[in-house]
Write a protein of this length. Structure first.
Ligand SMILES: Cc1cc2nc3c(=O)[nH]c(=O)nc-3n(C[C@H](O)[C@H](O)[C@H](O)COP(=O)(O)OP(=O)(O)OC[C@H]3O[C@@H](n4cnc5c(N)ncnc54)[C@H](O)[C@@H]3O)c2cc1C
Length: 492
């Protein structure tokens, strides 16, 4: 039987980051992944000669001094990060907004929309950025959350003034911040915030917990851009970094079960047994319970409930004629059909088109496109099995309608089409019933309980990472969460 200090289950970005940081800190780490390729929901897969991004397509943390950029330099990964202008184009029936990478230019452009109050808008985004800056400093430094040392406590005290705007909005929805700036009746801001909040904190602006939503509204301005070749190229590069740091990556190696024996974990994998002091599980808590049985049953009821209040995804993967897209860069479109209806179930879609020079992703003259929308899982689960397929097909048709109205160039020039559903995510990434995208950050004080902020241990030496626990919800957030957990394990 092979031995290791730590076994990491799952090479999504939560597991990749935890494994790399543990290896950097000198641990003997083995990362087991069930698929033949890394990245999970943020991977690039091949089908019929095309390379599609599976789910995630637009990434933060690529800027100088940020996590992925630091790793790219430190481990000489050679991954090309590309900044985009615009980062995203939001299109509704009434107006459109191309989001530039500079946040001040963004506010100026937003203020040009009909009916805007430029002063109030500037003041709203100043409040939002103050909260975002305070929180991102906290999120990006694993020493600060949880504050395990006297130095960390002192550093918090030194920053206490910057926390005041955060505290003011705790336990309140994002829409309260909008109202406090006299902007409640201005539809473009409500639509923009609903669209960004839905894809980040997984809730509309009236539902979203304000501090987390304000941090997430900064998503486009946190070293955000495109990964050349698809996000899979970064995931593969991180596996090489783990290797070079002294860790081991074992692909196509599903972990079947975990069992605690004589103070250590026995890990039963497709390729044999491993024994480790510590296990880091980059899976949803429901899957962990399935793997570890009575050891963890009912250990994380709050996380399980949060997952089950969340979303699945319906997907369209298209290959389109390259001439249908203006400009050579990768392109991201956020399309809203009816702005008065919820931004889910195909009424709101996020479309990402590969760059013209990503030659491996499509045959010459074509580009690949990944398109997603939110599926309310409770609604899906309440349907009879035979009606579930019909419901998903209806959503995919609604996605096509939205695209044909807001970005007709995509469907009119499609050379290849393929769909996916929550069932596809469940099958490929093992995600419980196909829940994806992280747990919704709906309004409430529960987000600040110590147990929600500390690395989550489901049983002695068994840690949970990924988008169901802090930091959650994006590729950068799960990677930062993985680093934080790795450091907590090393400290322990
Ligand atoms: C449609 C969609 C669009 C998104 N868009 C964006 C975006 O544009 N930008 C962004 O930053 N984020 C985006 N996200 C969110 C982002 O993809 C996720 O937050 C993040 O990738 C989750 O990573 P994770 O490590 O928590 O989990 P996962 O990616 O699910 O990784 C878990 C891994 O564990 C493996 N695994 C499961 N069971 C086992 C087992 N028994 N043994 C071994 N391995 C196992 C799986 O195969 C998988 O590789 C999007 C998500 C979706 C679904």
């Amino acid at each position: 039987m092979e031995k290791a200090d730590v076994v990491v289950v799952g090479a999504g970005f939560g597991g990749l980051a935890a494994a790399l940081r543990l290896a950097e800190l000198g641990a003997d780490v083995v990362l087991c992944e069930t698929l033949r390729y890394p990245g999970g929901c943020a991977s690039t897969f091949t089908r019929s000669g095309y390379q599609f991004e599976a789910g995630a397509t637009l990434f933060s943390g690529l800027g100088d001094g940020q996590l992925f950029s630091n790793w790219n330099d430190k481990w000489d990964l050679g991954v090309r990060f590309e900044t985009l202008d615009p980062l995203v184009e939001l299109r509704t029936g009434q107006w459109s907004l191309a989001v530039p990478p500079d946040p001040d230019a963004f506010v100026r452009r937003f203020a040009e929309l009909p009916g805007a109050n430029p002063e109030a808008l500037r003041s709203f985004f100043a409040t939002q950025r103050g909260v975002a800056n305070a929180l991102w400093k906290l999120f990006e430094d694993p020493a600060l959350l949880p504050p395990l040392s006297a130095t960390a406590v002192l550093r918090h005290l030194g920053r206490s003034l910057s926390y005041a705007p955060v505290v003011r909005w705790m336990g309140r929805p994002l829409s309260d911040v909008v109202s406090s700036h006299g902007l409640a009746g201005w539809e473009p801001l409500r639509v923009y915030l609903d669209a960004v909040s839905q894809i980040t904190v997984q809730a509309s602006s009236t539902e979203a917990e304000a501090p987390f939503a304000m941090a997430a509204v900064d998503y486009f301005f946190r070293g955000t851009g495109h990964v050349h070749g698809g996000i899979g190229s970064l995931a593969w590069a991180l596996t090489e970094a783990i290797d070079r740091a002294g860790g081991r990556v074992s692909l196509a190696n599903r972990v079947r079960s975990l069992r605690r024996e004589s103070g250590a974990w026995q890990v039963d994998t497709r390729n044999g047994e491993l024994r480790a002091q510590t296990v880091v599980a980059n899976v949803l808590p429901q899957s962990l319970a399935g793997m570890a049985g009575p050891e963890v049953n009912g250990a994380l009821p709050d996380v399980e409930a949060a997952v089950e209040s969340g979303w699945g995804a319906a997907m369209l993967y298209l290959a389109i004629d390259a001439d249908a897209v203006g400009g050579p860069d990768a392109k991201h479109l956020q399309l809203v059909d009816d702005q008065t209806a919820p931004f889910i179930e195909g009424n709101h879609v996020f479309c990402s088109i590969s760059a013209a020079d990503e030659h491996k992703r499509a045959p010459a003259g074509q580009r690949t496109t990944t398109i997603s929308t939110h599926v309310p899982m409770q609604k899906l689960r309440n349907l009879e099995p035979e009606d579930q397929g019909v419901y998903i097909a209806d959503i995919q048709n609604r996605m096509r309608e939205t695209i044909s109205r807001r970005a007709p160039e995509l469907l009119a020039h499609a050379k290849f089409q393929m769909t996916a559903s929550p069932r596809t995510f469940a099958r490929f990434t093992g995600r419980h019933l196909g829940y994806v995208g992280g747990v919704p950050r709906r309004v409430g004080w529960k987000h600040y309980r110590p147990r929600a902020l500390w690395p989550r241990e489901a049983a002695p030496g068994l840690y949970l990472v990924g988008d169901s626990v802090l930091l959650g919800q994006s590729t950068l957030a799960v990677a930062l969460g993985g680093v934080r957990t790795a450091e907590a394990i090393a400290n322990a």
